[in-house]
Structures are given as C-alpha cells and as structure tokens.
Design a protein around this ligand. Structure first.
Ligand SMILES: NC(=O)c1ccc[n+]([C@@H]2O[C@H](COP(=O)([O-])OP(=O)(O)OC[C@H]3O[C@@H](n4cnc5c(N)ncnc54)[C@H](O)[C@@H]3O)[C@@H](O)[C@H]2O)c1
Length: 244
C-alpha cells in the first residue's frame, strides 16, 4: 500500500467499516470515517491520521460537506470503502413500504451519492472503490428479499461503474460477505438472543461451519486497494456459503 494513501470509509462507526478503518490505519493509511452515528465514530476521532464526520449518506448536502472537508485536509482520496448499510428482515406479506424505501435509500442511493461526490478525487488519483454487497445477493433466501435485492443492486452498480470508470483508471469491486457477527442485526431490530440463534442457524449452512469475523472481511476489502488489474468483481468472502 502506498505510504500517503488517503481512504474514506463509510459506516466506520461499527462492524465491517470499523474493522476496515482499523486495518487501514495499522497499514499506515490516513483514514476519514463517515457514519450517521457520531458516537460510533468516537474510537476513530481519538486516533492519529484520522478524521471523522457524522454524515447521513442519504443527505447530499452532508456528503458534499464531508467530501470538501477531506479534500481540504488531505488534498486527495485514493480509496473509498462504501460500508454504510442496513439490513431489513421481513416476509413479503409483512414488509412496510416505508422500510423498503429507506433500505434502498441507504444501501443504493447513499452508496451512489458518496461515490459520486468523491468521483473527481478518485479519477485524479486513479483510485479504487470497494462496495459491500452480500452472499444473499448471489443466493436467494427467505425473509430478507428486499435486503438481498438492494445488495444485488450494489453488485450490479459495481460491475457497471467498473466499466464506466475503467478509462479513468478507477477500479470498482465489491466484497460479498456471508453472515458476519456485527451490529447489523441489532440495528435491524433483532435482540441479541434472536441474533445468536439466527447466526447459529446460518453457520450450519456454511461449508466451513462458522460465520465470519469483521477482520476477515476487512482483509479482503483492503487487499483490493493494491490489486491493480482487478475490476468489476463481486468477491464472496463467506466460508463457501454461496457455492453450497
Ligand atoms: N454483517 C453481515 O453479516 C454482512 C453480510 C453481508 C454484507 N454486509 C454489509 O456490510 C456493510 C456493513 O455492515 P456491518 O455488518 O458492518 O453493519 P453495522 O451495523 O455494524 O455497521 C453499519 C454502519 O453503517 C452506519 N450507517 C447506517 N445507515 C447510515 C447512513 N444513512 N449514513 C451513514 N452511516 C450509516 C451505521 O451507523 C453503522 O455504523 C453493510 O452494507 C451490510 O449490508 C454485512
């Protein structure tokens, strides 16, 4: 990884975004963490070579202000990790239209707004983007159809943007994690016992016999910063779940 690398990580307040930001700092990058939860970002605000911004990625004005802030502080952006996202669980018969709209607003529109806002910087640096898709985008499952559809949209945005931005030398890939123990499930309204049962059930369907840890996913996100001949791929990191 280049020594003066500047990364923007959305969703850095928790889970995969936090693990990614921690690893980038360890590897010597400068990291700007964006999250709707200012409290979640507290760990990062205390670190050297870090900036934080409380940003709702569905709000274009907030995203533009945060992009201007990183530009003025560090003058460049080489790596964007779009990890901010939410889960929606619910059968077709029960799902609320407002919840579906909010899901797509965050997972699809928010990812678009952030990438769009940082596009001039990424083109200038011939940088790289990693989006967060999901195993459920590749493999249908029951009771999270809309979440799966939002993550399938992220996978296809990844492939389309990779083609669109290749002439500028910007690479766009996605990681499709299997079930990984983060606060994604609590944020979707599951209590801890329900989450543990859910993850244990999922583990029994995974060929490697267990769910993932955030650091395992973060390692795959971060290796894509340097692989200069890889673009347009959605890479499962899922213990074999997507092939079973
Ligand atoms: N954990 C898993 O099993 C899993 C599996 C596949 C894909 N993913 C994807 O990985 C990404 C990260 O999820 P996670 O597991 O780390 O979840 P998490 O809930 O631990 O972290 C998500 C972060 O995104 C932030 N966020 C939510 N809405 C936001 C908004 N509007 N603006 C800015 N920030 C916002 C939250 O505050 C939170 O800090 C998500 O896109 C998720 O869909 C997770």
């Amino acid at each position: 990884m280049r020594s003066d690398l500047v990364a923007v990580v959305t969703g850095a307040g928790s889970g995969l975004g936090r693990a990614t930001a921690e690893l980038l700092l360890e590897q010597g990058a400068r990291v700007t963490g964006w999250d709707v939860s200012g409290e979640g970002l507290r760990w990062l605000s205390e670190r050297e070579n870090a900036l934080t911004a409380a940003v709702d990625i569905t709000e274009p004005g907030q995203v533009a202000d945060a992009a201007a802030e990183v530009r003025s502080a560090w003058g460049r952006v080489d790596f964007l990790v779009n990890s901010a996202g939410v889960l929606l669980v619910g059968a077709l018969a029960d799902v609320e239209p407002a919840a579906v709209r909010r899901l797509f607003d965050i997972n699809v529109t928010g990812t678009t707004l952030v990438t769009q806002a940082l596009l001039p910087d990424l083109i200038a640096s011939r940088g790289a983007v990693v989006n967060l898709s999901s195993t459920v985008a590749l493999k249908p499952s029951v009771s999270n159809a809309h979440y799966a559809a939002s993550k399938a949209a992220v996978a296809q945005l990844t492939r389309c943007w990779a083609l669109e931005l290749a002439p500028h030398g910007v690479r766009v890939n996605a990681i499709a994690p299997g079930p990984t123990n983060t606060t994604l499930f609590e944020a979707a309204g599951m209590d801890v016992t329900v989450k543990e049962t859910f993850l244990a059930d999922r583990a029994s369907t995974i060929p490697l016999g267990r769910t993932g840890q955030p650091a395992e996913v973060a390692r795959w996100i971060n290796r894509l910063v340097d692989d200069e001949w890889v673009t347009g791929h959605v890479i499962p990191v899922d213990g074999g779940m997507s092939i079973s």
